[in-house]
Structure formats: C-alpha cells, structure tokens
Design a protein around this ligand. Structure first.
Ligand SMILES: C[S@@+](CC[C@H](N)C(=O)[O-])C[C@H]1O[C@@H](n2cnc3c(N)ncnc32)[C@H](O)[C@@H]1O
Length: 271
C-alpha cells in the first residue's frame, strides 16, 4: 500500500523552506488546506488519482502551480516526467519549481509565468495530460478547456480538473457535449475529476454553443442589476407573449439544466 505522506514528506518540508517558510493563507493545494502548512490526508483520494495518472503519462501540462505540491505528487510517482506549469503569481511557483528541479534531476520542469489563457495560446506541441487547477471560476475553466482542446492534436484528450464541485455547470456541459470514454471522481475532500473525451468537430461546436448560452445566462441573470433584468424580461414578454417567453426560458433551462433559469422563470411569472 502506498504511503504517500511518507514518500513526499522531506520534499514537502523542503518546498516550504525554499519559499521562505511562508504560504498563501487561504490558498489550498493537493497537500494543504490553506489554513496551515500541514499535510492533509483527507485529500488522499485525489492525491492517489493524480499519482497514478503521472505514471501513465509522460508530458503533462499544469494550470496552477502554486507551491508545486501537485507537481511533487506527480514527480514522486514518475521522476522522469516532463511538466510544464503555468501560474500567474510570482511569489511561490518560481521558488517551488527551482527546488523541485534540483531534487528531481531526471525530470524536465518548465514554469511559464502569466495568464493561463494567454500562454496556452502560445504553445505549439500538445501534452498527454492536462491538469486544470488555476482560477476556479467556471468561465475561466471553460476558456482553459477550450484552449487545451485547440492545442491538442489527437482525437482523445485527457483532462484532470481539481475541485470539481466548484465547476458543476462546466461538468454538465462537458458530459452533454463530448463522448466521455472514461471518467473518475474519487471520494476525497475537494475532489478532482478525471475525464478522457473524444474530440469531434460536432462535439467541440456543441461545447462552444452550450457555453455561450451559459455565459449569456450568467451575464443576464447573475451580473446585471435586478431592475435591468426585469426590464429585459418584461420586454421579452411584450415581444414574445407570456407563453412563448416561458417556452424560451424552458428551452434554455433544458439545454443547460441551470438553476438560474428556473429562478428567472419564477421572476418572469411575477412580472
Ligand atoms: C489552487 S492553486 C494550485 C495548487 C497546485 N496545483 C497544487 O495543488 O499544488 C491555484 C493557482 O492558480 C494560479 N492562478 C490563478 N489564476 C490564474 C491564471 N489566470 N493563470 C495562471 N495561473 C493562475 C494561482 O496563482 C495559484 O497559484
């Protein structure tokens, strides 16, 4: 039985030292809960999934490096890995990556600083596995998935998402747009999700369209002030009539299964 805590213990402390005995309070990782710098065994399920995936894949792209904890798990599993990490924050990732480079001399680790989307657009060659663990907002994750898909050259893409419960809407869109050949969502605190998806022109288009609708919904019903929402709904109701307006909302709701539409329909009935 794998004792991951024991396997990474020395380097886990080594990274902390390399980062000046500091961490980003509230920012969690695969190994810490963001409250204190202490190994969190409640995340063992997702740690093992990442560990096993690193054995099967040799070129990995990671969005969101932070203190290099997920990189450490991957390197502990496969010390010859080629990992490219992306991070927008300069405080921890460069120090952590320099430390890991010194400890895993058979690996090839590259760190690219800056925004994930901007940098994903610049890559020429693709990866065996994409690990998405950066900004956890659904709209950003969607853009990262799309950038990875555009970069990927093969028909099947493998993606691991961290903290999947933060991206329920994106998860639904993924499962309705693509043929999912394999998936794994282990029992774990802040669980992750692994998917192997088949990319076709049709499925990519479906994914794009579903997300467009999602974004529209998001901006219309989540960001826009209430009185503007009322005005839009009222205008729609006048133009289309109450019945057609409800039909439209039902259609959008069935496409995205979003609770926000349901809420908006209730609002619509009250106008
Ligand atoms: C949860 S942490 C990553 C944890 C890491 N994978 C681990 O388990 O050790 C998220 C990281 O994503 C980075 N990040 C947030 N937004 C980003 C963006 N737009 N582009 C690149 N990195 C981003 C943050 O700076 C942070 O270091």
């Amino acid at each position: 039985m794998l004792n991951l805590e024991k396997k990474i213990k020395k380097n886990f402390q080594g990274i902390y030292k390399a980062c000046g005995n500091k961490f980003w309070f509230t920012c969690g990782s695969y190994l810490i809960d963001g409250q204190k710098y202490k190994y969190d065994k409640r995340m063992l399920g997702k740690q093992i999934l990442l560990y096993n995936l690193a054995k099967e894949n040799s070129r990995i792209l990671e969005v969101g490096v932070y203190m290099g904890h997920s990189m450490l798990i991957m390197l502990a599993s496969n010390p010859k890995l080629k990992i490219t990490g992306l991070d927008i924050d300069k405080r921890f990732a460069p120090k952590a990556v320099n430390y890991l480079k010194k400890k895993f001399t058979n690996s090839k680790i590259e760190l690219v600083l800056g925004d994930s989307i901007e940098n994903l657009k610049k890559f020429k060659s693709d990866f065996d596995l994409y690990h998405i663990d950066g900004d956890h907002r659904p709209i950003k994750i969607y853009k990262e998935i799309y950038a990875c898909i555009k970069l990927h050259k093969k028909k099947k893409i493998k993606i691991l998402f961290d903290d999947v419960d933060m991206m329920a809407s994106v998860e639904k869109i993924l499962f309705t747009s693509f043929k999912i050949q394999k998936f794994n969502k282990p029992k774990s605190r802040h669980r992750n999700l692994y998917v192997e998806m088949i990319l076709t022109k049709k499925s990519i288009k479906k994914f794009k369209n579903s997300f467009l609708l999602f974004s529209l919904n998001y901006f219309l019903f989540a960001l826009v002030p209430f009185y503007i929402k009322r005005l839009i709904l009222l205008t729609l109701k006048v133009i289309l009539g109450k019945k057609n307006c409800n039909r439209l909302i039902d259609f959008l709701q069935s496409k995205l299964k979003s609770k926000i539409y349901f809420f908006s329909r209730k609002k619509l009935k009250n106008i």
